[in-house]
Write a protein that binds this ligand. Structure first.
Ligand code: FES
Ligand code: FES
Length: 159
């Protein structure tokens, strides 16, 4: 085992892990940050998506040693001061959650997009979540939720 220091949601975490363990495994099984989900464990479903240095990435295909020194955001850090992030609120308001298993990964993909672009086209939204599989909703409400979140965030930024 090696000791690793990871910066997650603005906090430093020190943990012991094997160098070839994935970031997903360390988040869930070592640090107990279980909001990030494991669907396929092969980089194909997006359930494990987190944001690393501003980019949405599948944490099941990143080795923990390659996450050192980077800024990692997980679903646990999205709500602030007990208030849901506009993306989370919009998913609720639009009925974009059914079983919920894909939702943390969807929200992280949406956040990576909206952190850079508060005025995305539907095509850009669909492109941002193209790697996130949802078996329940059919994507229409998810796209509507991300669009609504963008509107909410634009309104907040103009306040
Ligand atoms: S669990 Fe990582 S992409 Fe499916
Ligand atoms: S809400 Fe069930 S997989 Fe998306």
């Amino acid at each position: 085992m090696e000791q690793y220091c990871l910066r997650i949601n603005g906090k430093e975490y020190v943990c012991l892990a094997e160098p070839n363990w994935t970031l997903l495994y360390v988040l869930r099984e070592v640090l107990d940050l279980t909001g990030t989900k494991c669907g396929c464990n092969t980089g194909d479903c997006g359930a494990c998506r987190v944001i690393v240095d501003g980019e949405a990435v599948n944490s099941c295909v990143i080795q923990v040693r390659n996450a050192v020194g980077k800024s990692i955001e997980t679903i646990e850090g999205v709500a602030k001061d007990g208030k849901l992030h506009p993306i989370q609120q919009a998913f609720i308001d639009c009925g974009a959650v059914q079983c919920g298993f894909c939702t943390p990964g969807m929200i992280m993909s949406a956040k990576a997009l909206l952190d850079k672009n508060l005025n995305p086209t539907e095509e850009e939204i669909r492109e941002a979540i193209a790697g996130n599989l949802c078996r329940c909703t059919g994507y229409v409400k998810i796209v509507a939720a991300i669009n609504q979140a963008a509107q909410m965030m634009r309104a907040e930024s103009e306040e």
